[in-house]
Design a binder for this molecule. Sequence first.
Ligand code: ASP
Length: 478
Amino acid sequence: MSKTKPRGRWPWQWALHWQILLGLGIGAALGYLAGHSAVVAIPPGTAAADAGSTAEKIVSQRWDVMVYGLVGDLFLNGLKLIIVPIVTSSIILAVASISRQHNFGRLGLKTLVYYISTSLIAILIGLAMVNLVRPGFDSTGKGILVGQDISSFAREASAVEGKVAGKGASDFLNVFRELVPPNVVAAAAEGKLLGLIVASMVTGYFLSRLKSDLRDTLTRVVEAVYELSLRITDLVLRCAPVGVLGLIAATVAVQYAKLRPEARFGQFVHGIAVFALVAFIALVLHFTLVMPLILGLVARVNPLRHYRNMAPALVTAFSTASSSATLPVTIDCVESRAGVSNATASFVLPLGATVNMDGTALYECVAAMFICQAFGVELSMAQQFFIVLTALLTSIGVAGVPSASLVAIAVILQGVQSQLVARGIEVPLVTGMALLFVFDRPLDMCRTAVNIFSDSCGAVVVARSEGETLTPPEAGAV
Ligand code: ASP
């Protein structure tokens, strides 16, 4: 399905992943120019604390940024358009085929073990890094928020508090209620993927047990829907270079305008930058060490080739910051470039896009620890274990949409806060989350790429363990 044309002189003759990377580069440059112009246009005399929001207002009213945003949204909508048909049809077909071969339970167990173990490894990498570097403490060993007036953080804090009002870790697990949707059409309309996945699995399971004439008729209909979805995915993917350009240009313009006038968080900028670096390096370690090791040792697959196979999905995840929106591209890359069978990819990937989030789990742990450090709180082993466990559980419940993990981090911090209160320590941990807003988007882009890469590696690992040879339909064309 992926376009893997031979490389030529002109960009439109290049392989798709190079075209997308070019779009990414041009988009970043255009976004930088727009953001920079907005910063230059801040009226003199604007209060330092308002500079960020003024620049953001200016940049979002620029016509070029509006056009970038429009192009990006059209691409994003195209991806979202195919999520429901591709996810439902591919899972129904996959489960029908798997359950005919009676290996449903085995495949499910392998997938689950992979999801949990890689997420746990990711969290532990984050925990080790944040304990090693201690970004929340300054050079004298004092928490960067200790003794500071954080009343100016109210705006960001109330944004999160509104979303998590009254929620605790146990409430967060209520997302598992969505496993059985009372109305499958409503679940599809509201983008509740988890419920849709379970409903499709049940449908696939019983489809394989229908009388042969009914089974064959329905199977052909679902096959037709699946083929149709793949063709539309193909069309959307052809637009990816321009779509990615629009998304990145709009994002970089707004983020640059917001960040450039650093006055609002000025005194904390050093600590925040070190935190962002720690999270980034931990994500890079997971992406470039753990994942290739698993690919090489467990799946016996060349990691470099897998990176190249997944390039379109990685860039899409990076520019959309949404695992769910990237799902059609992930499925396409894993099947037609990495050569995983449709049955395995359709089983592992949709579930992975909502349940398996290594990057998110790692980030939740680093962020929660950073906020505690910033308030000068030294956590005991038991409290750190609590953070690891809740990061693991909440990462399963986090939706595959931008910034979704902020809510999970607030839930973790509320849990830690109530443990501290029991020890007689009162700290407004959730308010400290304002620090996370500074670099949330760029880090979200990185962790989403890690999330979908881990899903794709999971598909390869499970496929290899089932004896698949991984022969892509277009082998040798890349
Ligand atoms: N944006 C992430 C994803 O879609 C979720 C998050 O970490 O906020 O995978």
